[in-house]
Design a protein around this ligand. Structure first.
Ligand code: ATP
Ligand code: MG
Ligand code: MG
Ligand code: MG
Length: 468
């Protein structure tokens, strides 16, 4: 089943249960300074959840584009994480509650008319004190007790405000992915044998200022399921990256680089990171975020540069990311016409940024050549830690890149010294934050802003505040 079909089925299923289908909101939150990016299907619907706006229909469903940069280190390592992904959601604003949402989730997942998962492959987690959820799964759905795991973590609470337990649904990918005797292989463990597909949150309490919890008069439901994860199961492939949402991007990149997917692990990681980051960059540029030195723009700049660096792993030395934009459009355009309509603009922004980064890289290379020359003159065969750190910090050279270039010159790089310089800089930044009373008073997101100079070209040395 194609991903676009899964998305359509989701929306059709919930429409058949009386839900209003809301289009995906842009990635940039509207009127919500607490969020950098929309990171869940519920995020753009907050005004309904907190009662500021009354929806004309209390049942809502959507497929929402999301960005989660906190998952960046997982990309390419796990089978299931992206920085950009689509969250399928259904929501009840004071309307239906646990029984309906559990019953419908089961129907959607197991009915051959909809997704048609083998019911034997499904397990769930519940909050230990949530006996209601346990009973619905066990008695109403008939899920055996041993496939209902009780997890203390299953409570959604972000401080003051609505909160409540959740129940999550996992798909068992089987023996080949891990041994059931190992608790890490159980739902919620580190292992990916059980793939988390869907989270159902029961927002039923208010977390009060004094730390107490009282029942909410209007209980809400907020759910989120990963489209890419459904696709990996339904297309019977090993990871999200092997689905029709990613393969055309990976194939095109392979073609450009002259490499083959699934022949070299390091290449595969690079191909996955590139496919992930180009989606994030293309969609955010499409939503009006331009690469810059602060806030969202800085996130995009970092992602793009990271993709360029991974491009080097597969031998790409020239701008190429921009040329993946049309492929993203071909895959996603059916539901997100903006990536097709703004293709030319997105391509241009990415291309310019790539070219600029390549220039920075070549400036860094000139400095590196000077460093090697001086080291050689002094009779050393090693680039010092502080020098390698300067290349990293000022020119955006990752350690590996410096090492590669150095080894071409028959030299090595002092890793320990590099790590030490990195640590020293972190310590300085931390001390600066602690020393600064004004930062303390402001607190919150402002306390995370550090001032740092960034090299963007010989004639253009700028100092800007940026979010680390
Ligand atoms: P995980 O434990 O796998 O990191 P999560 O518990 O952080 O997922 P939720 O916050 O519960 O995820 O989000 C709801 C659903 O959205 C998840 O069940 C999953 O299907 C999907 N999802 C969450 N994060 C990602 C991501 N980074 N990439 C792809 N899908 C995701
Ligand atoms: Mg997560
Ligand atoms: Mg989880
Ligand atoms: Mg979850």
């Amino acid at each position: 089943m194609k991903a676009s079909e899964i998305r359509s089925k989701w929306l059709a299923f919930f429409a058949s249960k009386g839900h209003k289908i809301e289009p995906s909101a842009p990635l940039v939150p509207h009127n919500d300074p607490s969020l950098l990016w929309i990171n869940a299907g519920m995020a753009p619907l907050k005004p309904y959840f907190d009662g500021r706006v009354v929806p004309d229909n209390p049942r809502i469903a959507n497929s929402q584009k999301c960005i989660r940069t906190n998952d960046i280190e997982n990309v390419g390592k796990t089978r299931r994480h992206h920085t950009f992904f689509e969250m399928l959601g259904n929501f009840s604003i004071g309307d239906y509650f646990k029984e309906e949402v559990i019953t419908w989730a089961w129907e959607f997942l197991t009915s051959p008319e909809w997704i048609g998962f083998d019911p034997e492959k499904l397990s769930v987690t519940v909050y230990p004190e949530d006996t209601e959820a346990f009973e619905y799964w066990n008695k109403k759905i008939g899920l055996p007790e041993e496939r209902i795991y009780k997890l203390q973590d299953n409570f959604w609470d972000i401080g003051e405000g609505p909160c409540g337990p959740c129940t999550e649904i996992f798909y068992d990918r089987g023996e080949a992915y891990g041994d059931l005797n190992d608790p890490e292989c159980w739902p919620g463990g580190e292992n990916e044998r059980f793939l988390e597909v869907w989270n159902l949150v029961f927002s039923q309490f208010n977390h009060n200022k004094d730390g107490s919890y009282t029942p909410l008069p209007n209980k809400n439901i907020d759910t989120g399921a990963g489209l890419e994860r459904f696709a990996s199961i339904l297309q019977n492939v090993d990871s999200n990256f092997d689905t029709d949402l990613f393969q055309p991007i990976i194939q095109k990149t392979c073609e450009l680089a002259g490499v083959k997917y699934h022949t070299n692990n390091e290449h595969d990681v690079a191909l996955k990171v590139i496919a992930d980051h180009i989606r994030t960059v293309a969609f955010s540029v499409g939503d009006g975020v331009l690469p810059s030195n602060e806030g969202r723009g800085y996130v995009i700049r970092r992602l793009l540069r990271r993709a360029v660096r991974y491009g080097k792993v597969i031998g790409m030395d020239k701008p190429f990311l921009y040329s993946l934009t049309p492929i993203v459009g071909e895959i996603m355009g059916v539901y997100y016409p903006e990536v097709v309509e703004k293709r030319e603009f997105i391509e241009k922004v990415i291309r310019t940024e790539e070219e600029r980064f390549h220039e920075t890289l070549s400036d860094g290379l000139a400095i590196l050549a000077e460093m090697t020359e001086q080291a050689r003159k002094a009779g050393r065969t090693e680039i010092s830690g502080p020098d390698a750190f300067k290349l990293y910090d000022t020119y955006g050279f990752p350690f590996d890149l410096t090492e590669d270039f150095a080894s071409e010159q028959g030299m090595t790089v002092d890793r320990e010294g590099f790590d030490r310089s990195m640590q020293e800089q972190r310590d300085r930044a931390r001390a600066a934050r602690q020393d600064s009373d004004s930062m303390k008073v402001q607190g919150g997101p402002l306390a995370d802003l550090t001032v740092k100079s960034e090299f963007v070209g010989y004639n253009d040395l700028v100092t800007t505040a940026k979010v680390e």
